[in-house]
Design a protein around this ligand. Sequence first.
Ligand SMILES: Nc1ncnc2c1ncn2[C@@H]1O[C@H](COP(=O)(O)OP(=O)(O)OP(=O)(O)O)[C@@H](O)[C@H]1O
Length: 332
Amino acid sequence: MSPLLDVRNLRVAFATDGGPVTAVHDVSFTVQPGEVLAIVGESGSGKSVSLLSVLGLVDRRRTVVEGQATFRGEPILNLSERVLRRIRGREIALISQDPMTALTPVHRIGDQIAEQIRAHERVSRQAARDRAVSLLRDVNIPMPERAVDRYPHELSGGMRQRAVIAMALSCNPALLVADEPTTALDTTVQAQVLDMLRRLSAQHDSSVVLITHDMGVVAEMATRVAVMYAGRIVETGTVAELFDDPWHPYTWGLLDSIPPLTGARPRRLPSIAGMPPPPGRTEPGCPFAPRCRAAMPVCYLPPPEQVAGGHRALCVLDAPARAALRPPRVAA
Ligand SMILES: Nc1ncnc2c1ncn2[C@@H]1O[C@H](COP(=O)(O)OP(=O)(O)OP(=O)(O)O)[C@@H](O)[C@H]1O
């Protein structure tokens, strides 16, 4: 099966007052039709920039984007804004953390969804409005016939995010990029919105790239995972591969930070000692090595990589070394 999105050796550098800063180094990943790829990592690891630069949503005057990326087999990197705008919204839809980046405060929800539909399809105003009602029903907004005429500020945060998801799905996009879509919501609402996103993306046959810092969300939603640290992908594989046999010590740290579902919660979740490097680090080797308890001299040389099928990691530790070194999960 050829991938829907294929990103190879992506490098993104921003012009800053202190000179160019490389935020994304040599990042490669694919998204297959129908899959949910989670890109996970701490704040500042380059998750959003990796996707936004591919979609042409970074400031071009201050950003250099290099590498290759294809969408449905066609090059997508550095296309003109006019062409990219046509692809975004119709074939690729973005759901961001703050619903108000997608919604305009001064227009009714239904008009905004209908306008999105009419921007890409030749349908009557009434047909677009009917579709908006039906989409609002799909995302479980109560009384959708009335909700279409509401303004964004008249809905709760969770309802607004549902409306954004309805808008994103309105043109049956092949790819949904969801950037921390539930971070701003309460925990119970988060679970409902994620559940709905999973159900509807499957129903619409949309692949999903889910950007998150939360391994619990990854376990709930994803089929495959790419773990990012300091602008690089340090491990990638299926959810089962990463959860059952994580290779990279940074992935161990992320997994250990998932609170247990049952039993008493530990007072403090283990956190990873040390700090990520400042943006723009250029040293070769594994970027996590300076923070890694298991680091060896070889980790500072390029490229300390292991591969087995689709499971790969920027790490040299073999199975016996991992078994000896991985700290036991903190008991609840
Ligand atoms: N316009 C910009 N100019 C300069 N640096 C930027 C710009 N946008 C992002 N960066 C830097 O790029 C790095 C990666 O940012 P990115 O937003 O991709 O991180 P992230 O992993 O998505 O984290 P978060 O969850 O906080 O958004 C950060 O160090 C950030 O400061």
